[in-house]
Design a protein around this ligand. Structure first.
Ligand SMILES: Nc1ncnc2c1ncn2[C@@H]1O[C@H](COP(=O)(O)OP(=O)(O)OP(=O)(O)O)[C@@H](O)[C@H]1O
Length: 347
C-alpha cells in the first residue's frame, strides 16, 4: 500500500484541476465539515463544554490544513475519571467523519503493560519470530485515512502501558512516523488525528475538590487552588517530559454531576427511538420512571451506571411489548414497585 504522501502527490494534480474548475481557491482537501462534526458532538456529549470547544478549534485547524508536514494532524490527551465521555467523543468524531463509530484504530494500552509488548506496536526486532512479517496492532487504513479524510487513532488508558511502549510512540508524536525495528516497514501518521485517554490524576484531583468543598477555603470564598497542579504532578509521575512535550493539548473531562442525568437519559432514549423507528415504533417514559432511572446514580462510576440501568431495566420490557402488540406504534414505559412495564400509549 502506498504511503499517504505518495497518495497526496498522486491526487494533487486532480485536486488542483478541481479547484480551478470549481470556485474557491482555498478549498480544503478534507471532505468533512467541522460544524457537522461539532453538532454531532454537542447533541451527544453533555457537561464537557471546554473539551468540545477545544475539539472545534482542532477540527477547524485540520480542515484548513495548515499543520506542519512532518507531524500528525493533531495530538490530544484526554484526562478525567471513568465514564465521562472521553472515548465517546473520539467515537463520535469517527462517526461524523467516516460514517462509522468504529472508523478509528483503538489500541487498548492496558494490554501493553509489559516492556516486551512494544513489539505488538512496532513488530518484532530483527532475528525474532515474526520480524519479517512486520505484524502490528495498527490497522493501516484507519490510521492513515484517505486523501480527503484524516485517519484516527485512539490510545486508550495510556498510563497503563509500559514505559517502553510509551517510548516507542515518541517518534510517532514527533515526526508522524513509526519505523519498525526490522527497518523494512514504516507506518505514516502524518494524516492522523491522535487521541490518548488517561485516568491519571483523576482520583487525586477529585479528592482535592472534595476537600475544597468541605473545607475552609470554600467558606472564605477562596478559589480551590491547585487542582491543575495536582493533575500535572500525577501526569509527570506517569509520563516522561519528552512524552508530555509532544502533546498539542491536554484536556480534562469533568465528572458528570446530577444536573446532567436528565440530558443523558434523553440522549439514550433518542438512540433507542432511532432503533425503534426501524420497527415503526416509538417509546416515551413516564415522569416516575424518568425520576427512578436518574435516582441512585453514583457519580464515581460516570454515565455507565445510569446507562446500564436504562438498558437492563427498559430494553427487556420494550422487547416484550413489541412482540405482544405487533400493530401498536406508540408505547409508554412506566414503573410500579420498581417493576418497569411497557404498554400501548394512551392519549
Ligand atoms: N459526557 C457524556 N455525555 C454523553 N454521554 C456520555 C458522557 N460520558 C459518558 N457517556 C456515556 O457513557 C458511556 C461511557 O463513556 P466513555 O466510554 O466515553 O467513558 P470514558 O470517559 O472514556 O471512561 P473510561 O476511562 O472508563 O474509558 C458512553 O458510551 C456514553 O454513552
Amino acid at each position: 500500500m502506498p504511503f499517504i504522501n505518495e497518495r497526496l502527490e498522486a491526487n494533487r494534480e486532480s485536486i488542483e484541476k478541481d479547484r480551478a474548475a470549481s470556485g474557491p481557491v482555498r478549498a480544503s482537501r478534507f471532505r468533512f465539515e467541522p460544524e457537522t462534526v461539532m453538532s454531532r458532538l454537542r447533541d451527544n456529549i453533555v457537561g464537557q463544554d471546554d473539551a468540545l470547544a477545544a475539539m472545534e478549534a482542532m477540527l477547524v485547524r485540520v480542515k484548513a490544513d495548515i499543520g506542519e508536514d512532518n507531524r500528525p494532524l493533531a495530538v490530544h490527551l484526554f484526562l478525567g475519571p471513568t465514564g465521562v465521555g472521553k472515548t465517546e467523543t473520539v467515537r463520535l468524531i469517527a462517526e461524523a467523519i467516516h460514517g462509522n463509530r468504529d472508523g478509528l484504530c483503538r489500541i487498548d494500552m492496558n494490554t501493553l503493560a509489559q516492556e516486551h509488548y512494544a513489539a505488538a506496536l512496532t513488530g518484532a526486532p530483527p532475528g525474532y519470530v515474526g520480524s519479517k512479517e512486520g505484524h502490528s496492532l495498527f490497522d493501516l487504513d484507519k490510521v492513515q485515512g484517505s486523501f480527503s479524510k484524516p485517519g484516527i487513532v485512539l490510545f486508550d488508558e495510556i498510563e497503563k502501558a509500559s514505559k517502553e511502549v510509551v517510548r516507542t510512540l515518541l517518534n510517532v508524536l514527533d515526526t508522524g512516523r513509526l519505523v519498525f525495528p526490522s527497518g523494512n516497514r514504516e507506518i505514516d501518521f502524518r494524516n492522523t488525528l491522535i487521541f490518548m485517554t488517561s485516568n491519571a490524576g483523576a482520583l487525586e484531583a477529585e479528592t482535592h475538590e472534595q476537600r475544597y468543598q468541605r473545607g475552609w477555603r470554600r467558606w472564605l470564598g477562596l478559589s480551590p487552588g491547585k487542582g491543575e497542579d495536582i493533575r500535572d504532578t500525577a501526569l509527570r509521575r506517569h509520563f516522561d517530559p519528552e512524552f508530555l512535550n509532544r502533546i498539542d493539548q491536554t484536556l480534562t473531562f469533568n465528572r458528570l454531576t446530577d444536573n446532567w442525568l436528565e440530558s443523558l437519559l434523553d440522549i439514550e432514549l433518542a438512540g433507542l427511538n432511532r432503533r425503534l423507528a426501524k420497527k415503526h415504533a416509538e417509546l416515551s417514559l413516564s415522569p416516575e420512571l424518568r425520576e427512578e432511572l436518574c435516582r441512585g446514580y453514583d457519580a464515581r462510576y460516570g454515565a455507565r451506571e445510569m446507562l446500564r440501568a436504562f438498558r437492563q431495566r427498559l430494553e427487556p420490557a420494550i422487547a416484550r411489548a413489541l412482540l405482544a402488540y405487533p400493530d401498536c406504534h406508540r408505547f409508554e414505559a412506566s414503573v410500579k414497585n420498581r417493576e418497569v412495564t411497557v404498554n400501548q400509549y394512551v392519549e
